[in-house]
Design a protein around this ligand. Structure first.
Ligand SMILES: Cc1cc2nc3c(=O)[nH]c(=O)nc-3n(C[C@H](O)[C@H](O)[C@H](O)COP(=O)(O)OP(=O)(O)OC[C@H]3O[C@@H](n4cnc5c(N)ncnc54)[C@H](O)[C@@H]3O)c2cc1C
Length: 174
């Protein structure tokens, strides 16, 4: 009988992972923490913070460098979201929605032309990205969505996705 081949996942983090985590932590402590309550009370979405995160490479973490992203892996991505979310869960969530729900779907399923058109501007935060799935009557039941994308708008019952009304580009589920 052949001995069974065991596959191991390598969970060792590298110096790069630690550096990336430190960059995200320092940014969050310096630029997010001092203003948290002010934004919370005024219900403000801090667009400038997202633009700054774009300059640091935090808005295109998984996007390959050829499309203007940071070209990092899931370990680094995970650390970035954790460090930002430790300071502000809402900003961490919107950062994850931008990187995964909007940018990630274009990366995984977009045409080459769509990748070239959208990924560089999402990665540098010229565009803040969102993902349009949930309607008042359809959450998990995405096949029943009524919303359609029309030029420069959305037409239907879509509930406002993270990051709210400040989104600049959205991937629509249809
Ligand atoms: C923090 C946060 C951020 C979000 N950001 C976004 C965003 O950026 N964009 C966006 O579009 N949406 C967003 N959402 C919404 C999210 O995608 C929906 O909440 C999700 O799709 C589930 O839909 P629902 O809440 O309507 O629950 P429902 O679909 O009503 O489900 C309710 C419950 O019923 C169960 N259920 C549903 N269908 C079945 C079935 N056929 N059989 C058995 N059980 C079933 C579900 O498992 C769940 O427990 C966000 C949600 C959260 C919590």
């Amino acid at each position: 009988m052949q001995p069974q081949r065991l596959l191991y996942m390598n969970f060792t983090t590298t110096e790069l992972t630690a550096q990336v985590a430190q960059t995200a932590r320092e940014f969050a402590l310096q630029h997010i923490k001092p203003h948290l309550m002010e934004w919370d009370e005024s219900q403000e979405f801090p667009v400038a913070v997202f633009k700054e995160m774009g300059k640091l490479g935090l808005m295109g973490v998984l996007v390959p460098e050829e499309y203007g992203g940071s070209g990092l892996g899931y370990y680094e991505y995970n650390q970035i979201i954790q460090e930002v979310a430790k300071v502000c869960g809402s900003i961490g969530l919107s950062l994850a929605a931008h990187n995964s729900l909007c940018t990630g779907h274009i990366l995984a399923f977009g045409s080459e032309a769509q990748k070239k058109k959208y990924l560089p501007k999402l990665a540098n935060a010229e565009f803040i990205g969102a993902w349009g799935l949930t309607e008042a009557n359809t959450g998990s039941d995405a096949g029943n969505m009524k919303t359609t994308a029309v030029k420069r708008a959305m037409n239907g019952l879509l509930m406002v996705p993270s990051p709210g009304s400040r989104m600049e580009k959205a991937v629509m589920w249809r």
